[in-house]
Write a protein that binds this ligand. Structure first.
Ligand SMILES: Nc1nc2c(c(=O)[nH]1)N(C=O)[C@@H](CNc1ccc(C(=O)N[C@@H](CCC(=O)O)C(=O)O)cc1)CN2
Ligand SMILES: Nc1ncnc2c1ncn2[C@@H]1O[C@H](COP(=O)(O)OP(=O)(O)OP(=O)(O)O)[C@@H](O)[C@H]1O
Length: 202
């Protein structure tokens, strides 16, 4: 097994092994950190995800975002060969259907894919492991990297801001950056938020 593969394996196991109480406590703490953060306040259109495979749950933060009249979005997978994602609005009455990985996503038609991921202000990105420099290992599909690849070429308009969300224990020593990896602007865990200032406005 390659390093990346075995890292995915151990971290995903660890994530799934958390008790319901540990998961809830961490999710609440994460929501408190993010709700108090400037990037969250400045953002109007925010991409969330529904937790899968033991991922840290953004549900509490999403409730708060709705109360604040922010627009919340969820990823939907594009055609199988493209491996790109689109983002669809998500309200409490949005109809969901499981995608090919069993993760619920908003029911939609092709026309709904007109909303560009470029129009988002803030993207909360699930991840499997991260390091001190903001390098990230995801589930291995390359979906986030492909969808937000344009951020690697944007010099002045640095949106959407890309914030990884994870449990603190998902931090590891060092992850090699692949050429297609999109650098994160920060990482939020139940322990707090780390920013990588080279990529964010001050
Ligand atoms: N909550 C959440 N939603 C998300 C993602 C995510 O990481 N988390 N994604 C981020 O990219 C996209 C989905 N990507 C995924 C990629 C792989 C697997 C997965 O479980 N793979 C299985 C084998 C898959 C199969 O062929 O059936 C595995 O590795 O065990 C799941 C989601 C979009 N939505
Ligand atoms: N922008 C891109 N263009 C072409 N191929 C890409 C791009 N981004 C990723 N890939 C391909 O996708 C595969 C998976 O990438 P990687 O292992 O970095 O996924 P990941 O970051 O763990 O997953 P995700 O982004 O879905 O969370 C890689 O083997 C790579 O070939």
């Amino acid at each position: 097994m390659t390093d990346r593969k075995s890292l995915r394996f151990t971290m995903r196991d660890k994530r799934r092994a958390l008790s319901a109480e540990q998961q809830r406590d961490a999710s609440l703490m994460l929501a408190e950190h993010l709700a108090a953060h400037r990037l969250f306040h400045l953002a109007r259109r925010i991409a969330f995800y529904l937790p899968n495979d033991g991922e840290i749950d953004l549900g509490y933060l999403m409730e708060y975002a709705w109360q604040q009249n922010k627009l919340c979005y969820l990823p939907v997978l594009g055609p199988r060969n493209g491996r790109r994602m689109w983002f669809l609005p998500y309200h409490s009455d949005t109809q969901l259907i499981p995608n090919r990985f069993g993760i619920p996503e908003p029911v939609h038609s092709r026309r709904d894919r007109l909303f560009s991921p470029m129009s988002l202000d803030l993207v909360l990105m699930p991840l499997v492991a991260f390091d001190h420099a903001g390098n990230r290992v995801g589930m291995g599909g390359g979906f986030y990297d492909r969808t937000f690849g344009f951020r690697r070429y944007r010099r002045h308009w640095q949106r959407p801001w890309l914030l990884g969300t994870a449990y603190g224990f998902q931090q590891v020593g060092q992850i090699d950056r692949a050429v297609w990896d999109v650098p994160l602007d920060g990482i939020a865990t139940e322990q707090g938020i780390q920013r990588f200032p080279a990529h964010t406005p001050d």
